[in-house]
Design a protein around this ligand. Sequence first.
Ligand code: WCC
Ligand code: FE2
Length: 650
Amino acid sequence: KELRKKAFADKQIEETVDFLRQQGIETVWGIQAAYDTSLFGLKDRCGFGSHGLCCRNCNLGPCRLDSEELPLHTRLAAPKVKRSSCGKTADNMVAGMFLQTVLRGTSSHLGHAIHVAKAFVAAAKGSENFPIKDEAKLYAVAKELGINTDGMQMLDIAKEVGQKAMEDLVGQGEGPMNFALALAPKNIDKLAKAGIVPQKGAAEAIVQGIHSTAQGMMSSTDHLIMSCLKYGVIDVLALYISTQLQDILLGVPTPKESSIGMDALDKDKVNILVHGHVPVLSEMVVHFANKLEDMAKEAGAKGINVVGTCCTGTEVLMRLGIPMAGSTIMQELVVGTGLVDAVCVDVQCVYPSLSSITKGLHTRLITTMPELRMDNDTYIEFTPENAHESARQIVEEAIKAYKDRLSDRVFLPKAKGHKLMGGFSTEVMIDVLKKLNAQQPLKPLVDLIVDGSIQGVAVLAGCLSSKIQTDMSFVIMAKELLKNNVLVLATGCAATACARHGLLTGEAKKYAGDSLRGVLETIGKTSGLNGSIPPILHFGSCVDNSRCAVLASAIADYLNTSIDKLPLVASAAEHVVEKAAAIYMGVMALGITTHIGVTPKLGGSPYVIDMLTNKLESITGSTLIIEIDPVESAKKMIHHIQKKRRALGI
Ligand code: WCC
Ligand code: FE2
């Protein structure tokens, strides 16, 4: 709480929040402020819920448990019971509630993967809607899946890849998921020992998981936590499948310059905001925006401007250089400007508040998938079969809305946005490294780690939070890590936060320690860039966290070891959504120690915390670091990297 600062770190956010408040629109920060200003913490977030000690699953409850871990004012309101009506202990309850969170996260990523896999299957059948753009990636994925492609037609290979993805996601086959063997072959034994190798038919596993959290079901604390790891691994596999198939359909991203900031909105053009996660939709919208420019001009606009927030924005940034209007947490602000003619959403991280905000404006709130409908929406369903028609309809709807724009109710902050470079991936890294060593491209990178020029690699990932000074966990941590010669990769909202503070540009190399700076300059030169590569490599959207896992796995393979032995660490410092929990449990299961900041709802069980932050090491070789202070967090991450270096004898 002491870390909560009133001032915003981003001027665009500050100005727009002020403007919207004057308009009577409360944002995510305004709601948080209502909790912050409460007397003696009495109206703060519910103490029971914050500690995972509230269960409302069945109708004997809701139950809340007393615990020494609770703040005093919460304890005063606690009934003197240490068990729920059905007899759950605090440990059982905390672990069970956490598993529910993880399961929702995993089912989100599975849902995403299923949408993409369906489009992929249509593509493999030769659908005009989805021509396969990246044949090289198709061959690479097929090879990893053990498909013998000799003499096969391209679409037949795609059919087999699609079939394997479908088997993994919704099939009933026996044995480990096809993509699990492709992603982390060196880690499978470890996972098998722990009994958490993901099996084909992940959707059925989710049913089993939700079943296990029903009243009168799984109550062993240890097994609940192991389930969290198991569903975490399934989650990472869902990310991996999504990224691989998206790359085949849309192309592997390559480095490109773009920008982030609300000034990406153009007063003179029809503005379409793509928001959500599934790039097969956002790419199609960009495509039709280009096609329908003339229609927009007839409506009096100078053209059509597509901008992004959230991961679907990141996806079109990574592949097409489309600018982002802001991070996910800024969605209310971007829409609230009155300059967005249509906000087109697919799934995940879409705030329900967009309903009321758009109600007072001309902005069309367009939903496209049956699992996400909103009050006051315009529903244009997007399926692999009608992809063209629906994308066209979405753009036409935006042009119609533009004519209704209220020119005296528009706002843009005075502060300017930032340039950034995005589009990195394992493939891009390997291509650059090949110029240094064509036979063994990973050797130069590993050599730099061994000689200490790069001390280790940190992945900054996950959401941004209004509970603390938004952005600053990542910005402060990143600077500390860079100063200590740790190479930083970033994805999702963590990357967008760093970008809004100017850290995703070549000039930001000044934050890197001497040896790391030298490496960045050399790589910049080798890859033909005019200067250094940014000190933080933007590895893509949240599902693209799998790209980081791929890089880790490739390095582990090269060294003939498992991922947990590497000087590697991750952080989801400002984790918000359930998906973050699923991902961090998954990457921990793969052996990557992960840090989280904003306090998780685990505090009611010191036993669970000890399991995650300590005992887990003997099973996965990794632990969870919980630390809210960003400087301390960076220190702990560096300490972990040093520990792994010592164990490797480097
Ligand atoms: Ni990924 Fe978190 Fe952003 Fe949504 S977009 S808010 S899950 S990090
Ligand atoms: Fe995301």
